[in-house]
Write a protein that binds this ligand. Structure first.
Ligand SMILES: *[C@@H]1O[C@H](CO)[C@@H](O)[C@H](O)[C@H]1NC(C)=O
Ligand SMILES: *[C@@H]1O[C@H](CO)[C@@H](O)[C@H](O)[C@H]1NC(C)=O
Ligand SMILES: *[C@@H]1O[C@H](CO)[C@@H](O)[C@H](O)[C@H]1NC(C)=O
Ligand SMILES: *[C@@H]1O[C@H](CO)[C@@H](O)[C@H](O)[C@H]1NC(C)=O
Length: 772
């Protein structure tokens, strides 16, 4: 999302500075008053205005406001730096704030100051997703919105946050994969709905009020930043109707349907030749028509300008403005619609009523946020203030989230956890061993305070620290000191991987190998080490670390994502056994050969035997992997047993349904009335066979009949459980046949395939026959 377009460097220089220069506490004189409209205490005349009347409904208030505005005034409400109308008591409002994994300083709507110098910085989303804990997704969202409200009350934050990023992580090289919940549509859908609920849900339970407004982005099929000259500002994603419907759209649909999100952001790229922000089918047709968005559609910064100036999609800027608004865009991050919309109306390209409609959607959102209810310090969240930001509980949740997400990938001979009684010295090596800012990834804020891996580990045992490389790019490794430290320590921890110089917004990777001489450093240190060697990969995307996987001297491997401000404490908790890891990979780790042969620009999910294209993600990819989606070990062992699952499900199709008379009917459409309420339960018992407490994610996958190039396997449901030693519990999955078992055909229609669906739970399989 938001980064302004290079062609607009000059006018956007100021914003660039806001974006790129890490914020510094502003002077104490910074504004300490919230921004709000309808200050009826300060100006009793405002009481007469219908839009200030809290007893009226949201749309009536929005309509009242719109009818009081001139066209010149209206167009100022189409852009993120919105206008002000002094005669109506409406101050400027800045729409652009971010809260991907904590309140962020990216976006001009939010700043830190000496009053609130930082906010809780949770793990980057890809690691939180690895927890597969939907309660955690929501709990983090709730804490973030509490901190946001506290900052709003002292004039430091807006109310509209352009988070989360729910694009599918379809290619391991994508620089923004770190921001997403991974490669699976089901997990991404659950993440979207739960994080959004956490951010938005009103403390008084009122469904039409918003605590803050979230925004799911970047709609749609975005997934590429800058790879070998292909960049997001010019990329035309060629997407089949099948892939669009069963891979790219589900997180957005769930975000609107299940999460009731207040906003969707359209992306920079084109989908099949049309810029998403100018596509009436994608915006008005799907988001508003089918999904019934209650809120506003916003452009990426500055998508409209990008499709006019860089993609040359329209001849004039007025046409570009008209196309956006007619497609369903309500708000433009940038200034384009403020400049050209009036001209578009005057040229007859657009009715003023379309502008009314757009600004009404924006006002309705602000009304639901209480912006037109007077001073927020006298409202529902009025008591929140600086003490509610970075509270000990919130910071503890950041540590807990990292613990829940961290994935143990290798643990030969149970060499982890280390016993602090037996280990008297630890060599801590690697360019990320004392990482601070690297741990919070991008779309970050100023954190409350870091615990680096070195600091976390040093609290348990004496450590020797050797960076080994001067940066993660590791041009020349300093191997000798590192080997010496490893050769004399009881155990060695190597903290390697990436940072924003390797993978970030506007920078996709070219290959999947650890940067520079990192592999050599790891191998040499491992060979020289006296005790067990624990390799920690800190990164957003996966790496081809086959060399380490097969090296017997490397006893353990852990992936820690970008683990947030307390990441080092969480890593130490796991290494010393204070927490038993339970995270699972939310994305496939591919070998380097994938990057050598697959163009990042190919959006197809399905393999193509004719060209040797291997397909993408665990659902379709047919090649070798380094680690698989769902991989992740524990310090204990779990077993599953299947208690209950049907062998047969019959669909009560109508007597005269074509499938009744045709013997070669292989699937039927879920639009069919018979598809209502056909469901079954799968009951599984999970047992902790070991001697320590552990957490485990139970996955229910299905392999559908080989029809319509169906996925080889897809996730129907998952459930995270916590189990004491030698105990068991049952997990019940509710499977709606048409929603959960369905696949998408070549034309993009959801179908249920008749025949055998094989359910997978751990190593168990169960055949289920679906017939009519
Ligand atoms: C409000 O807008 C007017 C122009 O319409 C401008 O002159 C004035 O300074 C603005 N007020 C504030 C507080 O920004
Ligand atoms: C590790 O990082 C912390 C935080 O930046 C710093 O205070 C400390 O000096 C570093 N430790 C070493 C040994 O460099
Ligand atoms: C491991 O170290 C020994 C000496 O300690 C050396 O002979 C050997 O070549 C090294 N092996 C590798 C793979 O570096
Ligand atoms: C899921 O996360 C919540 C919130 O942090 C936590 O209370 C709960 O124990 C977690 N569930 C499991 C099974 O770990």
């Amino acid at each position: 999302m938001p980064r302004l377009h290079p062609n607009r460097l000059f006018p956007c220089l100021l914003l660039f500075l806001i974006l790129l220069v890490p914020p510094r506490p502003s002077p104490v004189s910074a504004q300490q008053k919230p921004v709000f409209a309808c200050d009826v205490d300060g100006d009793p005349r405002l009481k007469q205005l219908g839009f200030c009347d809290k007893s009226k409904g949201v749309s009536a208030r929005a309509a009242d406001l719109v009818k009081r505005l001139t066209l010149d005034e209206k167009v100022t409400f189409l852009v993120n730096a919105a206008g002000n109308v002094t005669r109506l008591g409406i101050p400027h409002y800045e729409w652009w704030s971010e809260a991907l994994h904590g309140v962020s300083y990216v976006g001009p709507g939010t700043q830190f100051s000496s009053l609130i110098p930082g906010a809780t910085s949770f793990p980057q989303v890809i690691l939180t997703a690895a927890s597969f804990n939907t309660t955690l997704f929501q709990t983090i969202g709730k804490v973030v919105s509490t901190e946001a409200r506290a900052m709003h009350n002292v004039g430091l934050a807006g109310l509209t946050f352009w988070s989360p990023n729910v694009n599918i992580f379809r290619d391991p090289r994508w620089g923004r994969g770190q921001e997403t919940p991974g490669e699976d549509p089901k997990l991404s859908s659950k993440y979207a709905a739960n994080y959004v609920r956490g951010l938005q849900r009103s403390d008084d339970g009122s469904p039409n009020k918003l605590k803050v407004a979230a925004c799911c982005k970047h709609y749609t099929a975005y997934d590429l930043d800058n790879w070998k000259g292909a960049d997001r500002f010019h990329f035309n994603a060629i997407v089949t109707p099948q892939d669009l419907e069963d891979t790219y759209q589900p997180p957005f649909r769930s975000c609107v349907f299940d999460g009731n999100v207040a906003s969707i952001m359209c992306s920079y790229n084109q989908v099949n030749g049309k810029p998403t922000c100018a596509d009436p089918d994608l915006l008005n047709g799907i988001i508003r028509g089918e999904w019934k968005l209650n809120g506003y559609i916003v452009s990426d910064c500055d998508s409209v300008d990008v499709y006019y100036r860089s993609q040359h999609y329209t001849k004039t800027p007025e046409e570009a403005a008209a196309k956006a608004i007619l497609a369903g865009l309500d708000l433009n991050c940038g200034s384009f619609l403020g400049q050209y919309t009036k001209g578009a109306v005057n040229a007859g390209l657009l009715d003023e009523s379309a502008v009314d409609n757009a600004v009404s959607n924006n006002f309705a959102t602000l009304i639901r946020l209480g912006f037109f209810d007077g001073d927020p310090r006298k409202q529902l969240y009025g008591k929140l203030g600086p003490a509610d930001v970075c509270s000990p509980n919130n910071q503890e949740l950041a540590r807990e989230a990292a613990r829940q997400g961290i994935v143990l990938l290798k643990n030969t001979a149970k060499s982890l956890p280390l016993s602090p009684r037996k280990i008297n010295s630890l060599a801590v090596i690697g360019p990320n061993a004392n990482a601070t800012k690297t741990m919070i990834g991008n779309y970050e804020g100023t954190p409350c305070g870091y615990v680096t891996p070195l600091q976390g580990l040093s609290l348990s045992v004496p450590t020797t620290y050797v960076p080994g490389c001067s940066s993660v790019s590791c041009g020349t490794a300093q191997i000798e000191d590192a080997k010496k430290a490893a050769s004399s320590a009881d155990a060695t921890v190597l903290v390697m991987g990436a940072d924003q110089s390797i993978e970030r917004e506007s920078l996709d990777r070219i290959d999947l190998l650890l940067p520079g001489q990192q592999p050599m450093l790891v191998s040499e240190v491992a060979n020289a080490s006296k005790g067990p060697v624990i390799l920690i990969i800190m990164s957003g995307g996966g790496f081809d670390i086959s060399f380490a996987k097969s090296n017997d001297k490397i006893t353990s491997i852990m992936w820690v994502g970008y683990p947030g401000e307390k990441g080092g404490a969480a890593i130490a908790d796991i290494i010393f056994g204070r927490h038993n890891p339970g995270g699972k990979l939310p994305m496939t780790w591919y070998p380097q050969s994938f990057a050598d042969k697959v163009p990042m620009t190919n959006m197809n999910m399905r393999p193509d035997p004719a060209t040797g294209y291997p397909g993408r993600t665990y659902r379709f990819y047919t090649g070798d992997t380094v680690y698989k989606f769902g991989d992740g070990l524990s310090y204990t062992d779990f077993s599953h047993s299947l208690i209950e699952a049907p062998a047969l499900v019959a669909i009560p199709l109508d007597e005269n349904h074509v499938c009744r008379s045709s013997s070669d009917c292989k699937s039927f459409d879920i639009q069919d009335a018979a598809c209502q309420n056909v469901a079954f339960d799968v009951l599984v018992t999970v047992r902790n066979k070991g001697k320590i407490k552990g957490v485990h994610t139970v996955f229910l996958f299905s392999s559908p009949p080989a029809l319509h190039q169906a996925p080889q396997k897809h996730l129907l449901a998952f459930e995270k459980v916590s189990l004491s030693p030698a105990s068991e519990m049952s997990v019940r999955f509710f499977v709606d046949v048409c929603k959960d078992l369905s696949i998408v055909d070549e034309a993009g229609h959801r179908k249920v395939a008749l025949g055998t669906h094989v359910l997978h739970i751990g190593d168990l399989t169960h055949s289920l026959n679906v017939r009519i």
